[in-house]
Design a protein around this ligand. Structure first.
Ligand SMILES: Nc1ncnc2c1ncn2[C@@H]1O[C@H](COP(=O)(O)OP(=O)(O)OP(=O)(O)O)[C@@H](O)[C@H]1O
Ligand SMILES: [Mg+2]
Length: 228
């Protein structure tokens, strides 16, 4: 498998009145195409910060980051935005659907932005996450867990190279979590999507090919699972 991305000695420091917060403190990771990584760590350990740096929503304060061998833009919002549009699907910790668009329109919009319009696929994905009958409702008219499933369908719809999820099953019951993870794994395999999922839920490890644990901005373990 080919190498998708590599970060070397990545740091993200925040200057605060109380001193410097080292949210990421020298992180090294290589990720290969087709891997499904679960990122575990206690609250405040740097998980969201790491996903934000990987997706070029945020810029590291130190270290290098290459994607398909090319340096990822930082401190330049337009270049960072086009990097994200081309490559990244992101399901946020606090999902953000556009409230004025229906469920289906939310999905179609992201496909259009990525230049990958496909109305059939949009409907198919909503069916896969069990929302075929909510397709024409607005986000304000469905539950939190249903909105989360829309956000998940949307993240796959654009066929990103790299899919990032922050606590993406955090609002779902165990049954729905399982179904959503199965849909995600299936989509990753079918569309050759590489994925990194942040979670507190150790039971999701069964859906991963690799588990990385971080604490206080440092990697404390990085292991393959035997799922493949
Ligand atoms: N804008 C900011 N300014 C200062 N410190 C910040 C900022 N954002 C995050 N931090 C700090 O960086 C560290 C890592 O935060 P991060 O949000 O990455 O943690 P996390 O692992 O995602 O936690 P959680 O599981 O609670 O979501 C924490 O100590 C946090 O307080
Ligand atoms: Mg977080």
């Amino acid at each position: 498998m080919e190498k998708l991305l590599e970060i070397k000695n990545v740091e993200r420091f925040y200057e605060t009145p109380a001193g410097v917060v080292k949210a990421l403190d020298g992180i090294n990771i290589e990720i290969y195409e087709g891997e499904r990584v679960i990122l575990l760590g206690p609250s405040g350990s740097g998980k969201t910060t790491l996903l934000n740096c990987l997706s070029a929503l945020d810029s590291p304060t130190g270290g290098s980051y290459t994607f398909h061998g090319k340096e990822v833009p930082r401190n330049h919002s337009e270049k960072m935005t086009s990097f994200r549009r081309e490559n990244i699907g992101y399901v946020f910790q606090f999902f953000n659907l556009l409230q004025d668009l229906t469920v289906l329109e939310n999905i179609q919009l992201i496909q259009e932005l990525a230049g990958r319009k496909n109305p059939e696929r949009a409907r198919e994905l909503l069916t896969l996450v069990g929302l075929e009958s909510e397709m024409n409702r607005f986000p304000g008219e469905i539950s939190g867990g249903q909105q989360q499933r829309v956000a998940i369908a949307r993240s796959i719809a654009k066929k990103p190279t790299l899919l990032l999820g922050d606590e993406l099953t955090g609002n779902l019951d165990t049954e729905t979590s399982k179904r959503v993870m199965q849909v995600l794994v299936q989509a990753c395999l079918m569309e050759n999507i590489t994925a990194i999922f942040v979670t507190h839920d150790e039971s999701l490890v069964e859906y991963a090919t690799r588990v990385i644990r971080i604490d206080s901005g440092k990697i404390i373990s990085d292991e393959s699972t035997n799922s493949e």
